[in-house]
Design a protein around this ligand. Structure first.
Ligand code: NAD
Length: 335
């Protein structure tokens, strides 16, 4: 039995990943370390609460003593690091916690893992020969694209928000622990995820919630900003593949080839709602444009050729089906 430390497992992607990985890998046990900030929700992990391979610990990844004591107690043979402050708008208004959690927290985990697993640089202890640190990151580290082109793993970093700058910093720390100490690390940079269990503050849950409550559906600027949307379970599949078969020191981009602008997303959700919960007027009459986000990146798009070719990953969910599943999940939540 291997024990993996998963950080931030009560958040959106982590709470999709934990049930997924426990189902796929029966020889794995999971310790979920999560501070339960406003973004963490244990309700999303009800399905694994009684699983003997699952343990929850409430705590801060920045707390060195706590992280060290967990490594001593559970002898983790790997870390999958999701924990982060993740909302760009919050990073504009209150960047401090982003630097603390995303930069310092990642450093803290890396350093404790290195000390626990290694005797010295490039020299793993016998019990931890294959121990691996998997860092979960974002395509936002690459900055903003124009109308054409895609981010590859070779694209230069050009983060534009305090959020993406903090994630870029954490990616560089991960890279440095590979090059300096020989720590077995992999990083995945994923595009925008959608699906069940996402926090209310994010775009898709907000559109669905406001539509159902009859309120205005707020869209930044002219709604033309483009994101590449990936169903969260397809992201989980990519993470599992890289975790198992990715090459140490490498980064892998994960993306859905579903490029849509925010206005398209809002109209799409409204048209699905028009079908399943019809009312007198179409929901899209509620769409309103609001003052744009500061420094709003125009477009992100991922070239996922590397993970597809080298590891055989592909996105299974198409957007039309994925968004319907997602809308149905939030209808149950909000009604
Ligand atoms: P989220 O905000 O939903 O969840 C973050 C989780 O981390 C929460 O449960 C929170 O309580 C926990 N947390 C925050 N600070 C902590 C701390 N100091 N110590 C311990 N736990 C702490 O985020 P998410 O959308 O699930 O994203 C997970 C990871 O994936 C992040 O690293 C994010 O940068 C990355 N990512 C997200 C997306 C996306 O579309 N959501 C896309 C690409 C990459």
């Amino acid at each position: 039995m291997h024990t993996v430390l998963i950080t931030g497992g009560a958040g959106f992607i982590g709470s999709n990943f934990i049930p997924f990985i426990l189902e796929k890998q029966k020889d794995l046990s999971v310790v979920n370390l999560d501070l339960l900030t406003y973004a963490g929700n244990l309700e999303n992990l009800k399905e694994v609460e009684g699983n003997s391979n699952y343990t929850f610990v409430r705590g801060d990844i920045c707390d060195r003593k706590l992280v060290e004591s967990l490594f001593k107690q559970y002898h983790f043979t790997s870390v999958i690091h999701f924990a982060a402050e993740s909302h760009v708008d919050n990073s504009i208004n209150n960047p401090d916690s982003f630097i603390k959690t995303n930069v310092f927290g990642t450093f803290n985990l890396l350093d404790v893992a290195k000390n626990h697993w290694m005797d010295s640089a490039n020299n793993y202890k016998n019990d931890f020969i294959n121990a691996r640190f998997h860092h979960i990151s974002t395509d936002e580290v690459y900055g903003s694209l124009g109308e054409t082109g895609c981010f590859t793993e070779k694209t230069s970093y050009a983060p534009n928000s305090p959020y993406s700058a903090s994630k870029a910093s954490s990616d560089f720390l991960v890279r440095s622990y590979f090059h300096t100490y020989g720590l077995n690390v992999v990083t995945t940079n994923c595009s925008n995820n959608y699906g069940p269990k996402q926090h209310d503050e994010k775009l898709i849950p907000t559109i669905i919630r406001k539509a159902l409550s009859g309120e205005n559906i707020p869209i930044y600027g002219d709604g033309k900003n483009v994101r590449d949307w990936l169903y969260v379970i397809d992201h989980c599949k990519g993470i599992e593949l890289v975790f198992k078969n990715g090459k140490a020191g490498e980064t892998y981009n994960i993306g859905g080839k579903n490029e849509y602008n925010n206005l398209y997303i809002a109209n799409k959700i409204c048209s699905v709602l028009d079908e399943i919960i019809p009312k007198n007027n179409s929901y899209n009459n509620q769409i309103t444009f609001v003052k744009d986000r500061l420094g709003h990146d125009f477009r992100y798009a991922i070239d996922a050729t590397k993970i597809e070719k080298e590891l055989g990953w592909q996105a299974d969910e198409n957007f039309d089906e994925g968004i319907k599943k997602t809308i149905n999940w939030y209808i149950k939540k909000y009604n």
